[in-house]
Design a protein around this ligand. Structure first.
Ligand code: EPU
Length: 421
């Protein structure tokens, strides 16, 4: 097992390239199951979740080659339509294979994901939508058993906007008979990328990027080459790393339009952000951090996947800020760990109230999930003395060797093997 040892207090400076988006590629990879042949995905991040999805696709019979962020996926060799528990328990996004397998093979067996580190994350919306598309769904011994004679287009309204349920339903509907109308569809950039890629495969989709999406089913989709979008959450995390160390960094290969809310909030806190094409310059060299409240919501609102990192940042502000998570009410496992570093934070229902300005002091802390670990790394970069972040396998799920990027920017951070758990 690995841990990070961070000696805080170094101002970050320099240029850093943002990797391809994890949450986008986790939808694009299963989307290839809808066609029969050799697909290419460029700008694929080398993160643990990519490898978990590859193992699952490979279990289904897919052959692949993954080199230098370019992934070739051959879906002409599929032999199984089952996603076993071993894969799904590691990564909830494995449930993305359900819609495509059902659409192409008329049957699929996918393990139920169960709970996640910070609380329940149901998949009822995925299942209800597939039922509307004429699938028969049973739950048996921890598995979803889905089958159909044929999928038939339907009107589907999501009571809650869900990234995963929107993705799964759109993928299934591309090969359904007739028209599917989805209202309150998710509009996150990762879904827009999926919609665009499906269109490139031959799908007929109207309303791309909006919450009302109409899909006209087609008989088959064709293999294609796709370019994955930059990871907006990795970019946001790196932006906060500069803000928290009073540094100045330039992010390369980003999509600034995906980061507007984060940029506004950083500017409100006193950071100067300048955007030029696919570069963002973050200047926090003269910052006296102002408290800024955030409240997470669906895109283009402030992303829940940046909530923990923003909480770490606000511990440095001169004043009190309120951080509210409206997507996941329980996503606050990072708070007790931040408190070990000297932060003063009180959680009230789905809000964390941060009394900033208490200086952070290095300590041993434990990651509990992906974004919680990113938040602890950020706090460690700003803390006095040495911080050890344990269980960084959580972080490796979604950040591509973040320590190398931070080292390049001047951070004192190293990955160390440990027996500690
Ligand atoms: N929800 C339901 N029923 C469902 C599905 C969702 O009640 O069937 C609720 C959830 O409990 C939540 C809300 O709907 O309150 C939104 O969840 P959503 O389905 O949008 O989340 P997801 O698709 O499971 C993706 C990302 C998450 C990110 C969320 C929200 C991927 C692989 N994962 O999850 O990313 O937090 O959208 O933006 O795309 C991460 O990267 O750290 C991460 C957790």
């Amino acid at each position: 097992m690995d841990k990070f040892v961070i000696r805080g207090g170094k101002k970050l400076s320099g240029r850093v390239t943002v990797s391809g988006a994890k949450n986008s590629v986790l939808a694009l990879m299963p989307a290839t199951l809808l066609n029969n042949g050799r697909n290419i995905i460029n700008n694929v991040p080398e993160v643990a979740d990519t490898y978990t999805m590859l193992k699952l696709l490979n279990f289904l019979g897919v052959e692949f080659n993954f080199e230098n962020h370019r992934l070739t996926v051959d879906t002409s060799t599929i032999t199984h339509q089952e996603a076993p528990y071993e894969h799904v328990k590691k990564m909830r996004a494995s449930v993305y294979v359900l819609g495509p397998l059902l659409a192409r093979y008329k049957s699929a067996k996918v393990s139920l994901p169960g709970g996640c580190a910070w609380g329940p994350r149901p998949i009822n919306l995925h299942l209800e939508a597939l039922k509307k598309l004429n699938a028969e769904i049973e739950l048996e011994e921890g598995y979803i058993l889905a089958k159909c004679k044929e999928l038939i287009g339907a009107k589907i309204h999501f009571d809650i906007s869900s990234v995963g349920a929107t993705g799964n339903t759109i993928m299934a509907a591309t090969l359904a008979k007739g028209t599917t109308l989805i209202t309150n569809a998710a509009t996150e950039p990762e879904i827009v990328e999926l919609e665009k890629s499906l269109v490139k495969m031959g799908a007929r989709i109207d309303g791309i990027g909006t919450s009302t999406v109409e899909i006209e089913g087609v008989d088959e989709l064709l293999p294609i080459e796709m370019n994955n979008i930059p990871d907006r959450i990795e970019a946001g995390t790196l932006m906060i790393s500069a803000a928290m160390t009073k540094g100045r960094i330039t992010l390369e290969k980003v999509e600034p339009s995906h980061l507007e809310t984060i940029i506004y909030k950083l500017e409100d806190s006193g950071v100067k952000c300048n955007v030029h094409n696919d570069l963002i310059d973050i200047d926090a060299t003269e910052i006296d951090v102002l408290p800024v409240d955030i409240s997470t919501s669906t895109y283009p609102g402030f992303p829940t996947d940046m909530q923990a990192q923003w909480t770490a940042y606000m511990t440095l502000a001169r004043g009190t800020s309120r951080i509210t998570d409206n997507i996941y009410f329980d996503r606050f496992k990072h708070i007790p760990e931040l408190t070990r570093l000297g932060a003063q934070i009180e959680v009230m229902r789905n809000s964390a109230v941060v009394t900033g300005g208490k200086s952070l002091k290095g300590a041993k802390v434990m990651s509990t999930d992906l974004r919680a670990s990113a938040c602890l790394v950020l706090a460690g970069l700003a803390a006095e003395g040495e911080t050890e972040v344990l269980r960084i396998y959580h972080l490796d799920r979604g950040y591509q060797r973040i320590e190398e990027k931070l080292q390049k920017l001047g951070a004192d951070i190293e990955r160390v093997k440990t027996q500690e758990y």
